[in-house]
Ligand binder design. Structure first.
Ligand code: PGA
Length: 257
């Protein structure tokens, strides 16, 4: 992580875990574990139903709340969906877009991801855009080409002044929930390639200030090593974000790095 230009960020992705009452207990346990003063941005991306409880319980704790998905339109006849405006109105700051589980189980394509990124920015949310290659793609040696395609498609039409608000999370599919973390070198190499691409698409200043996270079996044991890579600015944490102690240790590692 390069602290001269960027602030570290640790975001939890709870996926479909924890009820509203469990959210309150989590926040009660988590808040006192965070050191003050703290440089690191901390966000919890929780299920929609937990958002009000999370906002209330995390108030005053400098913990931002995020959602894990949204619809690309602002309103309309889309039963079961939630718009960016609705999330913003509640006080949500971040939204995960294009997580590999959404791409895999809910047929989200690069085109939908791009629409959602633009809609999130329009509504004043900060998108955390997920990209990542499969094991086969890594074995075929096409990782960087694949990630380039995903990032380019996600950012299509995003103006330079809005790019500051976009967070990119590199999450290799084979590392998510498997306990098999990418090595610091593998993760660092892809995050560096993403920054180089942003430099090409925008400019050097924009690339220097872009926040790029790593995600995939990141935990309190391997966080420091991953975060020591110059182009990894933080983490998107799944399993380990459900445990207040583990998550606070990862935040600590990001603070120190
Ligand atoms: P994991 O999940 O940390 O449990 O691997 C990361 C993610 O899916 O965002």
């Amino acid at each position: 992580m390069n602290r001269r230009y960027r602030k570290p960020m640790i975001a939890g992705n709870w996926k479909m875990n924890l009820t509203p009452s469990e959210t309150r207990s989590f926040a009660e346990a988590f808040k006192p574990l965070l050191s003050k003063p703290r440089l690191c941005e901390v966000a919890l991306c929780v299920p929609f139903i937990d958002i009000p409880a999370a906002l209330k319980a995390c108030k005053g704790g400098r913990i931002a709340i995020g959602a894990q998905n949204m619809h690309e339109l602002s309103s309309g006849a889309y039963t079961g969906e939630v718009s960016a405006q609705m999330l913003r109105d509640l006080g949500v700051k971040y939204v995960i877009i294009g997580h590999s589980e959404r791409r895999q189980y809910y047929n989200e394509t690069d085109a939908t991801v791009n629409k959602k990124v633009l809609a999130a920015l329009e509504a004043g949310l900060r998108p955390i855009v997920c990209v990542g290659e499969s094991l086969e793609q890594r074995q075929f040696g096409v990782t960087l080409e694949w990630i380039t395609c995903q990032v380019k498609a996600a950012l299509y039409g995003v103006p330079q002044d809005k790019l500051r608000r976009v967070v990119i999370a590199y999450e290799p599919l084979w590392a998510i929930g498997t306990g098999q973390t990418a090595t610091a070198e593998q993760a660092g190499q892809v995050c560096n390639a993403i920054r180089t691409l942003i430099r090409r698409l925008y400019d050097a200043k924009t690339a220097r200030s872009a926040t790029i996270l790593y995600g995939g079996s990141m935990n309190e044991k391997n966080a420091a090593e991953l975060l020591a890579q110059p182009d990894i600015d933080g983490g998107l944490i799944g399993g380990a974000s459900l445990k207040p102690e583990a998550l606070s240790k990862i935040v600590q590692a990001a603070n120190q790095e």
